[in-house]
Design a protein around this ligand. Sequence first.
Ligand SMILES: O=P(O)(O)OC[C@H]1O[C@H](O[C@H]2O[C@H](CO)[C@@H](O)[C@H](O)[C@H]2O)[C@H](O)[C@@H](O)[C@@H]1O
Length: 247
Amino acid sequence: MANQEVVFPPDMGATAAMAPGSSCRALFACTSLRSPYRVLPGVDDEYRARPPCATSWVVEAIRASSPARSPAVDEYAAWTRRHPSALGSFEEIAAAAEGKQVVVFMDYDGTLSPIVADPDMAFMTDEMRAAVRDVAKHFPAAIVTGRCVEKVYSFVGLSELYYAGSHGMDIKGPTSNEEDATAAAVLLQPAREFLPVIAEAYEALVEKTKGTPGARVENNKFCLSVHFRCVDEKVIIGSSSSQTRRF
Ligand SMILES: O=P(O)(O)OC[C@H]1O[C@H](O[C@H]2O[C@H](CO)[C@@H](O)[C@H](O)[C@H]2O)[C@H](O)[C@@H](O)[C@@H]1O
């Protein structure tokens, strides 16, 4: 809302500051006018017709002068309200864990490593690796991921962890030395018999997506990921509407 002027009811005895960089021209109190409201030049008639509720006027004025929030930001804020950081309740959690066996489960992509465009380049930092190593010294620790175990192990490189790859379809335990780690003890592979079908599905998906620039299929052994982060949506929407017209 550009250059909008606002009106304040007389019961607002104090000054209200304008946010730096705001497009709203003036927010200040008024006390000696005949009209119950002081009308600033250029004000919208709609404001004059409103009841003298200082709070709602102020809130509205502040809202109008604030930049629009994106739905993604609102969604994230709502999500963090529902799932607050455990660090904010650390004492409480530590007290609740007293005398119990604690096991730490960690996600990989976007948690231990930053999200990057190329899934093969999602490396974790040495600092993060050291932190995970420390965690594993104190508790049984597992990485639970959509990646295949071999891939996530190549990123993490810690033989003392449990790895639950392919969203839990491939679970391996810790090994005593790093050489053995890639062949670490398999604890569970319940979908082993489906490997040939999954391999077929992989080939089919590669074929299907090969005409989509930026699309990429990742073989996670017991599951597959089709990546579209690098697909230009405008190109796809354009081509799908031309397909729609054709049929
Ligand atoms: O369960 P996760 O460990 O979180 O795995 C979920 C998917 O993670 C990876 O993809 C995501 O990270 C990539 C690298 O930062 C990024 O390029 C991609 O857009 C993200 O979706 C992984 O590549 C997938 O196979 C996993 O399913």
